[in-house]
Design a binder for this molecule. Structure first.
Ligand SMILES: NC(=O)c1ccc[n+]([C@@H]2O[C@H](COP(=O)([O-])OP(=O)(O)OC[C@H]3O[C@@H](n4cnc5c(N)ncnc54)[C@H](OP(=O)(O)O)[C@@H]3O)[C@@H](O)[C@H]2O)c1
Length: 223
């Protein structure tokens, strides 16, 4: 048994989720304050009934290395849902711990385990490493009561979920932007496919304008 998973992301029309490697995507909202992608994503996550939001370690580190001041109306910060960060190599030193769940590997250093313990952070150990075993992690999160998780990037963690067959639905806020790139994170960064059998067809559940020329589209995997 595992929680149902909704990918919840903003994206350029060409599938990029930031301006470039190491850049914080919230700079898009800061540049065009009329567009409210983070707030829309949070609204949709809540409407869908998520009981937690999942993020990758690199997204959190980019966020702290490249802070961007976002206008209040575009800010999607939602302190109410548990925030579940996959930090398989134990790279993050935590200061803000309210609502935090860290998913990591059994073979992270004792120093990191002590840090999590000292801070009283709820921790899930899933697999020996070097990265989290995402299927085992979802089973463990289900056992802790999580039933519906919103997956909020970045592209590498989304890709690991996708290839493990762990994405059920997707809400994408399509931003009216073209980025163009070769190594900028995309919605799903995963090993290449070599045959169409592995393509995952979607059905459109709903689509609507999101303001500021954005489009909000909700898909689910065809059964
Ligand atoms: N547009 C949006 O809505 C949105 C949302 C969030 C983030 N972003 C952007 O996304 C960018 C960061 O994305 P990113 O792709 O570089 O990083 P990321 O997905 O945030 O972080 C990489 C994650 O993938 C894990 N991982 C790597 N290989 C794995 C494997 N084989 N199996 C399981 N897990 C694996 C890493 O684990 P370890 O911890 O073990 O390394 C880490 O948790 C930033 O620029 C951020 O601004 C955009």
């Amino acid at each position: 048994m595992r929680p149902r998973v909704l990918l919840a992301m903003s994206s350029s029309v060409d599938g990029r989720i930031s301006t470039g490697p190491g850049r914080n995507v919230t700079e898009w909202s800061a540049r065009w304050p009329g567009r409210r992608a983070p707030a829309i994503i949070q609204e949709r996550i809540q409407q869908w009934g998520a009981d937690g939001v999942v993020s990758g370690s690199e997204s959190v580190l980019v966020w702290s290395r490249h802070p961007v001041a976002v206008p209040a109306e575009a800010d999607g910060y939602s302190p109410d849902l548990p925030y579940i960060v996959f930090d398989g190599r134990g790279r993050i030193t935590w200061t803000q711990t309210r609502g935090l769940v860290v998913v990591t590997c059994t073979h992270v250093t004792e120093t990191y385990k002590n840090h999590l313990r000292d801070r009283g952070i709820e921790t899930v150990f899933a697999g020996p490493g070097p990265h989290v075993d995402v299927s085992a992690a979802l089973t463990a999160l289900y056992d802790r009561g999580f039933r519906r998780l919103a997956l909020n990037g970045g592209g590498t963690l989304n890709g690991a979920f996708l290839r493990a067959g762990l994405v059920d639905e997707a809400v994408v806020v399509w931003e009216p932007l073209l980025v163009g790139a070769s190594s900028t994170p995309t919605l799903f960064d995963a090993p290449d496919l070599d045959a169409p059998d592995a393509l995952l067809p979607l059905e459109l559940v709903a689509a609507s304008p999101g303001g500021g020329d954005t489009v909000v589209a909700h898909y689910r995997l065809r059964g």
